[in-house]
Design a protein around this ligand. Structure first.
Ligand code: C5P
Length: 215
């Protein structure tokens, strides 16, 4: 990769707990690219509002919080809490919040040598010209099981029925919003991880990225 080459962008989209974060991290490590979990930026905006005791639906205030974020300094451990994901999907419906975060995400992607971005609208809105796009999905039951095991693994309390209901509610909010709804880009490669392990998903993606880099 020469310094003058245009940045390489790999877009990874999909619903909650489908495995896109793990896949994106693995791809970034494999190709020496930077990684941005764009969900963290929506989570950080929501958390800033919650911490300040402010409403989640005041668009002007939320957009101001979004513009003040430093994307290079988001605390994954704190932000990964399950209920912050729910709050994030509420702030994510507001166009002014999305505008602020998308601008920062594009700036991140534009820095050489490029980046792997994962989220809901990377292939459709943030980086429509990405070198290659993946849409990672899995059945709601399998995603709920993964989220449940992850929470339990960290010593937290979780009940399957509640988590499944949260995931279905969040899917609906993300897919039905007017601005940048969650959907596969027309030219995205679909990876269904319901039965495929992460290693198989990564190998499948790697072969496709290698082919795209050769073109
Ligand atoms: O991926 P994660 O679960 O961390 O995302 C939290 C929420 O942020 C999602 O449910 C979605 O509403 C929102 N989001 C988004 N666009 C992105 C990334 C996340 O709307 N690119």
């Amino acid at each position: 990769m020469s310094e003058t080459a245009s940045p390489i962008v790999i877009a990874v989209d999909g619903p909650a707990a489908a495995g896109k974060g793990t896949l994106a991290r693995r791809l970034a490590a494999r190709y020496g690219l930077r990684h941005l979990d764009t969900g963290l930026s929506y989570r950080a905006t929501a958390k800033a509002l919650l911490d300040a005791g402010l409403a989640l639906d005041d668009e002007a205030v939320a957009a101001r919080m979004a513009r003040a974020l430093d994307l290079s300094n988001l605390d994954r451990v704190v932000l990964s809490a399950h209920d912050i994901g729910e709050a994030a999907s509420k702030v994510a419906v507001m166009p002014d919040v999305r505008r602020a975060l998308v601008e920062a995400q594009r700036d991140f992607a534009a820095i050489a040598p490029g980046a792997v971005l994962d989220g809901r609208d990377i292939g459709t809105v943030v980086c429509p010209d990405a070198l290659i796009k993946f849409y990672v999905t899995a059945s709601p039951a399998v995603r709920a099981r993964r989220r449940h095991d992850e929470i339990r693994g960290k010593g937290g309390q979780a009940d399957m029925a509640g988590i499944l209901a949260d995931i279905e509610r969040r899917d609906a909010r993300d897919m039905e919003r007017t601005d940048s709804p969650l959907r596969p880009a027309a030219n995205a490669h679909l990876l269904d991880t319901t039965e495929m392990g992460i290693e198989t998903a990564f190998e499948t993606a790697r072969v496709l990225v290698d082919a795209a880099l050769e073109r």
